[in-house]
Design a protein. Structure first.
Length: 53
């Protein structure tokens, strides 16, 4: 991923963000995101895409 940054490609490492609070972002099955996890992932993506619309 680091090789993409000099090319101006924006990287959103959502996995790293989820790892910051696994119990807060994962559902009871510990596999899927819960509502807060989906929101945490969606917000930065929507913000980034909004720059191009």
């Amino acid at each position: 991923m680091k090789a993409l940054v000099p090319m101006g490609i924006t990287i959103h490492d959502l996995n790293a963000r989820v790892k910051e609070d696994l119990s807060g972002y994962l559902s009871d099955d510990r596999l899927h995101l819960n509502q807060e996890g989906y929101r945490m992932c969606a917000d930065p993506v929507v913000e980034m895409l909004g720059r191009y619309l």
